[in-house]
Design a protein around this ligand. Structure first.
Ligand code: NAD
Length: 297
């Protein structure tokens, strides 16, 4: 069976990108979020993504058409009715995701496959709440999905391989390069590499060894990389590193310091990263793109 109707649940940074990419690829897309304010923010994000896609793919007509092909919902039962695939992009908090799958299991049609975009959690942590463990797996996208077009597909031990294969094919149809992991791995390939890297950067900052721009500059000059950990964090947005560090805060004092610093110096001031116009850098022209940024320290 081919997927036709897709529901993206959670329309924040990643959910809105996944929804737009899927609509841009010709699918009918439902978007679900918790309340009208969240939906209004999603609609604003979609408009901005429409401009981004129009420019990036040099096809404003296709981007404008995608913008008109969403249906927005705050009622989960309506949102999921007759949907073939749900892509879940709700906050990276175990209790929120568990409660979301428990509610979804009650109202989704039996045919519907569920895929989680979680960055660090495992499908086996949620399979029992889905009411269909064999039709549940992870489908993980990278931020700025239209150009960083990886899709990591990872089942748990009970996922039926036919659905994994179907999701791999779906990922191809929306322009992704699929990476099917052979077994469960927290953080997949991308975040197994990037989370320790970003944590090390934040540790240097929280420990007052050096400031964010200096840390980035060192990494960029030394390795030839186009951006450092803090440029990367701005693209991710502050919410995810904050949540990840809060989860570790009880057992890791440095994670607590990092989470508090992100909250006090960024989140509380509305500096949520590139999407809000300011994070560790100011946008749309962050200093690390300046031709002189790497010339001196
Ligand atoms: P976000 O905070 O930007 O968006 C989360 C959205 O979920 C918000 O719109 C919020 O209103 C909504 N929400 C909250 N509770 C909900 C509920 N019970 N049901 C439905 N929606 C609910 O977060 P994000 O950065 O888009 O992350 C979402 C997921 O995507 C996380 O699992 C994260 O690990 C993953 N992810 C994030 C990135 C990234 O770079 N930000 C990259 C890959 C994967």
């Amino acid at each position: 069976m081919e997927f036709k109707k897709i529901l993206v649940a959670g329309s924040g940074v990643l959910g809105s990108q996944i929804a737009f990419q899927t609509a841009f690829s010709g699918y009918e897309v439902h978007v679900y979020d918790i309340n009208d304010d969240a939906i209004a923010s999603a609609q604003q994000r979609m408009e901005s993504l429409s401009n981004t896609y129009g420019e990036y793919f040099n096809d404003t007509a296709r981007a404008a058409k995608a913008l008109t092909s969403f249906s927005f919902y705050t009622d989960l039962a309506q949102a999921v009715s007759d949907v073939d695939l749900v892509i879940e992009a709700v906050p990276e908090r175990i209790e929120i995701k568990q409660s979301f799958y428990t509610q979804l299991a009650k109202v989704a049609p039996a045919k519907t496959v569920f895929a989680s975009n979680s960055s660090t959690l495992l499908p086996s942590q949620f399979a029992q709440f889905t009411g269909r463990p064999e039709k549940f797996l992870a489908l993980h996208f990278a931020n700025t999905i239209w150009k960083n077009n990886t899709a990591e597909i990872m089942g748990h031990a009970g996922t039926d391989p036919q659905y994994t294969e179907q999701v791999v094919e779906f990922a191809r149809t929306i322009g992704m390069i699929p990476f099917h992991l052979k077994k469960e791995q927290p953080g997949y390939i991308l975040n197994t590499l990037s989370v320790p890297f970003l944590s090390a950067g934040m540790g240097l900052w929280a420990n007052d060894i050096a400031d964010p721009h200096t840390i980035d500059k060192n990494w960029m000059i030394s390795t030839g990389s186009p951006l450092g950990p803090f440029g990367f964090l701005d693209i991710v947005g502050m919410e995810t590193p904050y949540n990840l560090n809060m989860m570790k805060a009880e057992i890791d004092p440095m994670a607590k310091i990092i989470a508090e610093k992100i909250k006090a110096e960024y989140i509380d001031l509305g500096k949520m990263g590139a999407s809000s116009g300011e994070g560790f850098y100011k946008y749309p022209n962050p200093a690390y793109l300046d031709k002189d940024f790497l010339k001196q320290n």
